[in-house]
Design a protein around this ligand. Structure first.
Ligand code: F3S
Length: 376
């Protein structure tokens, strides 16, 4: 059956009672791991390839289920690797760039403020809407591909300015000292108000904290956009309010941490969302300053592009000497952990903690990057 992408989008537009389609400047596609999409995902992509469909806008893709080069060292079974490579090849055939990262904005997919994009990957959606100021709904994997092929998406939801106004005041009465605390803050807000557009009275503007919160806001709810003071000055006009205090943060952290000690971990994973070059560099610096050589293997998750930069500036060499590996193209949440013999993991990400327990039934310890370094 022939696929008419514009016809599908027009039908979607009617179903959503939207007025029009809107031109997009980029797409970001999720649902790349064979662990998530299985044979159905391959069938879908094969149909697109058989019809010679190609993307019309720059299109990046989310992490796959394995490092595309070091999958063997990761303990990935070869039957999985073959199917994963097939997915990447099909995506490349339709013109997507094999970035395999959930931080497309760190590898060149940076939309202009106010521009419309069709991004899947919930953490990147929150980042695009809130930090960059682009406009996107939370697209699904297939819908982001169809939008990339059409060069358009349905002009509804967060594409419309009237749907981007904050409607929930968040008063933060807790100490937010780390990326984990910032993630917990977002997680609690989204748990209480899953579809809100929160306006925080204060947040930390460190990049890792922001990424962590973007991911967490999209984990326990469907939040796609937030703002903060003084960036948005409408605080007094908003009627709904929620207060987050120290006990909320501590309790949620306890609930998400099912493994009591870092030392009980099979692996420590940092990189949800994928790490930036600066984050890897500061981790390396702190580890070297402490002269630490961790006994438990540490994986740092990032894109291949940033990995190559780490090689060029000598970071990789330093990390290897200290039992730390950089894992590219993938993240621990979408890897087939059962087949890799991993049962206990330490992460510095609330999103990862949530999904590792839910999807893989593994034990998780939640600790900030600083706490992990101190424990090494
Ligand atoms: Fe990225 Fe995987 Fe976390 S896709 S946001 S590292 S769950």
């Amino acid at each position: 059956m022939e696929i008419n992408v514009i016809e599908i989008l027009e039908k979607l537009k009617e179903a959503l009672e939207a007025e029009k389609l809107v031109r997009i400047s980029s797409a970001h596609v999720s649902g790349i791991s064979y662990f998530n999409v299985g044979e159905a995902g391959i069938d879908f992509l094969e149909k697109l390839v058989n019809e010679c469909l190609k993307v019309k806008v720059p299109t990046t893709i989310n992490p796959a289920g394995m490092d595309l080069e070091k999958w063997h060292e990761m303990g990935i079974p070869s039957w999985f690797a073959k199917r994963q490579i097939k997915i990447i090849e099909l995506l490349k055939t339709i013109g997507a760039s094999p970035t395999c990262t959930c931080t497309p904005y760190l590898v060149g997919n940076v939309p202009r403020r106010g521009s419309h994009v069709a991004w899947a990957e919930s953490s990147a959606v929150v980042y695009a809407n809130s930090i960059i100021g682009a406009k996107t709904n939370r697209e699904g994997g297939p819908s982001s591909i169809l939008a990339a092929i059409a060069g358009y998406t349905v002009c509804s939801g967060y594409h419309l300015d009237e749907n981007r106004i904050p409607n929930l005041k968040v008063k933060v009465k807790a100490k937010i000292g780390s990326e984990v605390d910032q993630g917990l803050l977002g997680y609690i807000v989204a748990q209480r108000h899953p579809t809100a557009i929160p306006l925080f009275d204060k947040i930390t503007l460190k990049h890792m904290h922001l990424k962590s919160m973007c991911a967490a806001l999209a984990t326990s709810g469907q939040i796609a956009l937030f703002s903060w003071l003084p960036r948005c000055g409408q605080y007094s006009k908003i009627a709904d309010k929620t207060v987050i205090d120290q006990s909320d943060i501590s309790l949620t952290r306890e609930k998400l941490s099912t493994l009591s000690e870092i030392s009980d971990s099979d692996v420590i994973y940092l990189g949800c969302p994928h790490l930036s070059l600066q984050e890897i560099a500061s981790f390396t610096k702190l580890l070297c300053r402490k002269n630490a050589k961790p006994k438990i293997k540490i994986w740092l998750g990032t894109s291949r592009e940033i990995y190559r930069k780490c090689i060029r500036i000598g970071i990789l060499e330093k990390l290897k000497k200290r039992n730390v590996e950089i894992i590219c193209d993938t993240c621990i949440v979408v890897a087939p952990l059962k087949h890799m013999g991993i049962k206990c993991i330490t992460v510095n990400s609330v999103k990862a903690a949530h999904y590792l327990r839910k999807l893989h039934n593994v034990k998780v310890h939640l600790a900030s990057m600083e706490e992990i370094i101190n424990a090494c």
